[in-house]
Write a protein that binds this ligand. Structure first.
Ligand code: FE2
Ligand code: FE2
Length: 184
């Protein structure tokens, strides 16, 4: 797998999780009881999988390589991507705080803002940043990026984190499907 394929694959997982988060937000706003277990997992996922694993590969590896090909990190589109990552961290902190106080409506608000941000962000990266990267990066750049991604994974126990979150997504998906009325 190339470095960009690894990142696109992570985007796929992130979008799947965003569907679950959105579903949960609608349940909370409909008046369902606040599910503390789901909220705890959601907070962990946005921090461990999205920020520590995925954004770390983009910020610590890919964007630097692209800068070497003339794509400055203080100009669009990379500056916009970095601003989105910062906003993601603020919203993740809001989710964590509201979850800790059991404030379902505040949790739902922060979560929905994060879902909207990430869907737009992933679309821009997939259709603009990654397409440009696939044109600019040489095979040597790609090999360097894949090696550096491996170090990010190793430093943060990323393989285990990924496995745990993929299993959680599957469990929550089944639980939510089980709670849907027949034919929905
Ligand atoms: Fe990103
Ligand atoms: Fe990304």
């Amino acid at each position: 797998m190339t470095a960009i394929e690894i990142l696109r694959n992570e985007h796929h997982v992130i979008l799947e999780a965003m569907d679950l988060l959105e579903h949960q937000v609608h349940d909370i706003r409909r008046g369902d009881p606040f599910d503390a277990g789901f909220a705890r997992w959601a907070v962990e996922f946005v921090s461990e999988f999205i920020d520590d694993a995925h954004h770390a590969k983009e910020e610590g590896v890919l964007f630097g390589l692209l800068a070497g090909h003339g794509l400055a990190q203080d100009c669009p589109p990379l500056a916009d991507m970095l601003a989105d990552h910062r906003r993601h961290r603020e919203l993740a902190a809001d989710m964590e705080r509201s979850s800790a106080r059991g404030d379902g409506l505040a949790f739902a608000g922060a979560t929905l803002s994060l879902v909207e941000l990430l869907r737009r962000h992933v679309l821009t990266e997939n259709e603009l940043v990654f397409n440009v990267a696939e044109r600019l990066l040489t095979p040597a750049d790609d090999a360097e990026a894949v090696r550096a991604f491996g170090r990010v994974v190793q430093e943060r126990d990323g393989a285990l984190v990924r496995q745990r979150h993929l299993a959680a997504i599957e469990c929550w998906r089944r639980a939510l499907e089980g709670s849907l009325p027949p034919g929905a």
